[in-house]
Ligand binder design. Structure first.
Ligand SMILES: [Fe+2]
Length: 231
């Protein structure tokens, strides 16, 4: 009799426990790609996109949810809040929160040919003032991306002096983090982890960096720049 009651209690308790677990895991979710996986070909292959979004980004989301649940970190924080205080969390939260924010930003920084638009006059002028020309900016951005040792990101940011600046961060760090060497508001970021390009470009990271301009969503980058100028 007692056994039956205990068994019934276990069965009754299971849905609640499962629900609690589901809630904890669902704190962050993988966003849908804003285009189809083959929309950025040939610069970025469908196979790369499937793996990068469906496996790598998914893993950052899953591992972030897991780390938050396991480490009893405060819940209800936005991804921006977690990133901004990255230095106060464990490496698991810092790396996976960065991975989630960076990749979400990355997908939105690119678009298919008919949706990329053009750089705004204001952004073009600011880039020319800072770097000499758009071409010189692109060359400097590619150089910084190629020079990042190991895995990381290369960024165009608006820094604390309201100037455009190219920076690079290791691993899944970004310029919004309290631990960033150079802080600022990212306008554009390219992922220079091997998983971003290896299937097509193998070890030729500079080739990937050069081809990537073909998929940059200048409409989005210009909007981000505008937002920094109207704050
Ligand atoms: Fe990546």
């Amino acid at each position: 009799m007692f056994q039956r009651i205990a068994l019934a209690a276990t069965i009754l308790a299971t849905p609640a426990a499962a629900l609690a677990q589901t809630e904890a895991k669902a704190e962050f979710a993988l966003p849908e790609l804003p285009y189809s996986v083959d929309a950025l070909e040939p610069a970025i292959s469908a196979a790369t996109m499937e793996l990068h979004h469906g496996k790598h980004h998914q893993a950052y989301v899953d591992n972030l949810n897991k780390a938050l649940a396991e480490e009893g970190a405060p819940t209800g924080k936005s991804i921006e809040e977690l990133v901004a205080a990255a230095g106060t969390y464990t490496p698991a939260i810092r790396n996976n929160a960065g991975g989630h924010w960076n990749h979400t930003f990355f997908w939105e920084s690119m678009a298919p040919a008919d949706q990329r638009g053009e750089m705004s006059e204001e952004l073009s002028q600011a880039i020319t003032e800072e770097f000499g020309s758009v071409e010189e900016f692109q060359a400097a951005f590619e150089k910084a991306g190629a020079a990042r040792f190991g895995s990381g990101w290369v960024w165009l940011i608006v820094n604390g002096d309201n100037q455009l600046e190219i920076t690079s961060t290791p691993n899944q760090d970004n310029p919004l983090m309290d631990v960033a060497e150079t802080s600022g508001t990212p306008l554009l970021g390219n992922d220079v982890w091997e998983h971003a390009y290896y299937l097509t470009y193998q070890n030729r990271r500079p080739e990937y960096l050069a081809a990537w301009w073909d998929v940059v969503n200048w409409t989005k980058v210009s909007e981000r720049f505008d937002a920094t100028q109207t704050q």
